[in-house]
Ligand binder design. Structure first.
Ligand code: AMP
Ligand code: ZN
Length: 178
């Protein structure tokens, strides 16, 4: 248990339950995506700003499969404020545009949130999947769904960062002048 957690009072004086602060610290220290945000767990990061970070899925369905997450822990959409939801989608939108660049040449993307266990959410920290798609990739997609194999993630992340950098910063469109 982290020292910061040990030093917190285990029970609130009046309610006899865990304090909200202690619960939050435990949730965050138990959360693999919070550890990635803190730099305490490895990830192939492709984007970061004040509220959002994005990194490659460790078990990609297609090449470039990326997760966009809020930096502040939110277990599911019920805990996510709407503004951060907008930020998540803005970044997901940029990544979906970026994978149409030369590093991936995707024709489209699936953007998906599995919200809650009932919807097969397996990591309890909100994340937006961006899954690059190509015309005629039905078989490759189905195989990827089963195998979920990561190949050369350093190169994939570098290609995605390059395609993101080539987008027009204002419109999010492929920047033809670059
Ligand atoms: P979901 O079913 O929507 O909760 O998806 C969780 C996703 O997180 C899966 O696609 C996992 O492959 C991915 N994942 C789990 N742990 C990690 C990790 N440490 N780094 C990157 N992706 C992860
Ligand atoms: Zn978390």
């Amino acid at each position: 248990m982290p020292a910061s957690l040990k030093s917190l009072p285990s029970r609130t004086a009046d309610s006899g339950t865990d304090s909200p602060l202690r619960r939050r610290v435990r949730r965050v220290s138990d959360c693999v995506f919070c550890r990635i945000v803190a730099g305490a767990a490895p990830a192939h990061r492709v984007y970061e700003d004040d509220t959002v970070t994005a990194f490659l899925d460790i078990r990609p369905i297609t090449r470039g499969h990326t997760l966009v997450i809020p930096k502040r822990h939110a277990t599911d959409l019920s805990e996510l404020d709407a503004e951060t939801g907008v930020d998540l989608f803005r970044v997901g939108h940029r990544i979906a545009r970026a994978v149409q660049g030369p590093g991936f040449a995707a024709d489209g993307a699936n953007l998906l949130v599995n919200d809650g266990k009932a919807a097969f959410q397996t990591v309890a920290h909100v994340h937006l999947h961006v899954i690059p798609r190509s015309h005629g990739d039905k078989f490759r997609f189905a195989t990827g769904l089963v195998l979920r194999r990561s190949r050369e993630p350093e190169r994939v992340a570098a290609a995605l960062r390059a395609d993101l950098a080539a987008l027009d910063p204002r419109t999010g469109s492929a920047d033809d002048t670059a």
